[in-house]
Structure formats: C-alpha cells, structure tokens
Design a protein around this ligand. Structure first.
Ligand SMILES: [Fe+2]
Length: 160
C-alpha cells in the first residue's frame, strides 16, 4: 500500500497487465519536486547515478572517461539518402563492460536537438552499441547520450 501511495504521489501511471509505466508530465512541478522525484527513482530503479559527467581534461582523457564516451561513426549513404550512424560505448577501443551489475542501460541519438533514436539495454544482455540509418539533410551536429548505471550520463557531439 505504501508503494502505491508513493507511485501515485510521483505521478506514475502503472498498467501492470501491459508492463507499462509512464511518468505524468506536469508543467507546474517545482525544481524541488523534480529533485525529490529523481532521488526516489535512483533509490528504487537499477541506475545508481544519473548525473551528467564531463571529461575533465579532453586532451588527456582517463580510461574511465574513454570507457564511457559514446563514439559516433558515420558510414555510407544508401540509395534513399539514409546515412549509417553507429554509436559504440566507449571510444578508442576501450569498450564499456556489459555485466549484470554494471552496464550501459540506455543510449540516445539526437540530430541537432531532435531525438532520433532511444535504446534501452537490459543488464548484462548487450554492450552499448546501436546503429541507425538517418537522413542528415542539413543537420549541423549529431549527439549521442548514454547512461551507465554506476558512472552516470555521458555524451559526445560531432559536427557534420
Ligand atoms: Fe560504467
């Protein structure tokens, strides 16, 4: 019963028969409400860290930083004008592990500021990798954002 009250107070709609949970977005929520909601999610969900991380010295990234940096690789353009875009976590051949207790749990790709793809990865099931074919048209940049359940959220942007 306590769990039900907690979920209701968070604005979580749960359709257990379908296995779907959605957060109710509300424009009137305060910064404090958002912060406390995030804290509760971190304690109840698998991800222990949702903080946006930065490479401290881009000239000399550490192994941990390389391991969490999504590498964006552009491939060929097909006959319909879709360019292959691959994202690998991490970069320079230092690949992030895929274990039951430490894994890349999501990966997102943005074309300029528009979300193109959103992948959820189950614990220990797959490494942080995804491929898309997208129309780049007049896009100026691609950004990949990934989440490690322990080491936080990391991003990388390339200019086209
Ligand atoms: Fe990690």
């Amino acid at each position: 019963m306590e769990r039900r009250k907690l979920l209701k107070s968070l604005g979580v709609l749960s359709i257990t028969g379908l296995g779907i949970s959605l957060f109710n977005s509300c424009d009137t929520k305060t910064k404090q409400d958002t912060k406390s909601k995030e804290n509760i999610i971190q304690k109840t969900g698998p991800a222990k860290n949702r903080k946006l991380m930065k490479i401290k010295d881009p000239e000399h990234p550490t192994t941990l930083e390389l391991k969490h940096t999504p590498e964006i690789t552009l491939g060929d353009k097909d006959a319909k004008g879709f360019t292959k875009v691959e994202i690998t976590v991490g970069s320079k051949g230092i690949i992030h592990p895929a274990k039951k207790d430490h894994w890349i749990d999501y990966l997102k790709l943005y074309k300029d500021n528009e979300l193109v793809g959103n992948l959820v990865i189950e614990p220990g099931m797959a490494r942080g990798f995804s491929g898309f074919r997208i129309k780049l048209d007049r896009a100026k940049k691609l950004k990949a954002v990934i989440g490690c359940n322990i080491h936080g959220v990391w991003e990388n942007t390339i200019t086209l």
